[in-house]
Write a protein that binds this ligand. Structure first.
Ligand code: PGA
Length: 224
């Protein structure tokens, strides 16, 4: 029986996820390890550019990210939605509005993730497309640092909805209903099409295809 055969497999799954995946990736790995107990897991968590470098240098076989590079031949399996929301400190006057015009962002203090972050790339693309000119007040190297800085009133920021509690008030922040938010993105499972996957990685791809990860409740609430 297939399940029993999987149980006898040995190997190592080398996978990396962008930083926002750390909030849920353990749940998928748990299900995979239940049916493949002989396979060790090595998970790297990094920003987008660092994950791309790991793929280029064959340090990992599989990656989960939202903006794969164009310069590598890749297979892609679409996974969950990754809505990027605009947040401000709890009690921010825009939080109670039904809609806020994009141009309200001009001149606002904005906090950005570090260069190399996919969240930053998506935020810059949004600002550029709409010709918006907030003032970048600070650059912070993690989603947690961004959340705390927003809660402390340093500025507004764009983060993955998955990086926030189901009730963002628990993080001391509020979702701001500026037109165009949430920015709708999706994570993809990717691997190089010019490499042969190890058995452990093949099994993980099959596993994710057979058991697509659930959309957590927070994704449904992203538009709120
Ligand atoms: P990052 O992750 O901002 O940590 O790079 C976002 C992404 O690329 O999905």
């Amino acid at each position: 029986d297939l399940q029993a055969l999987h149980g006898l497999e040995r190997g190592r799954l080398r996978i990396a996820g962008v930083t926002t995946t750390e909030y849920f990736i353990a749940r998928w790995l748990r299900r995979y390890t239940d049916s493949h107990p002989g396979i060790d897991i090595e998970l790297a968590v990094d920003n987008r550019d660092a994950v791309v470098r790991r793929l280029q240098q064959d340090e990992i076989e599989l990656a989960v990210m939202m903006m794969p590079p164009d310069n590598l031949p890749l297979h892609r399996v679409p996974l969950m939605r990754n809505p990027l929301v605009l947040i401000g400190p709890a009690g921010h006057p825009w939080a109670g509005a039904r809609r806020v015009a994009r141009t309200a962002l001009n001149g606002q203090a904005l906090l950005m993730r570090e260069p190399g972050s996919g969240t930053r790339l998506a935020t810059e693309a949004y600002l550029h497309t709409h010709g918006l000119t907030p003032t970048v007040r600070a650059t912070l190297g993690s989603n947690e640092a961004i959340k705390h800085a927003v809660a402390a009133g340093l500025g507004l920021a764009v983060v993955s909805r998955h990086a926030l509690a189901a009730d963002p008030a628990h993080d001391g922040v509020a979702l701001l209903p500026v037109v165009g938010f949430p920015i709708e993105r999706r994570w993809l499972l990717v691997w190089r099409s010019d490499r042969r996957l190890s058995l452990a990685a093949q099994r993980f791809v099959e596993h994710v295809r057979a058991h697509p990860p659930d959309e957590p409740d927070t994704a449904a609430a992203a538009g709120a």
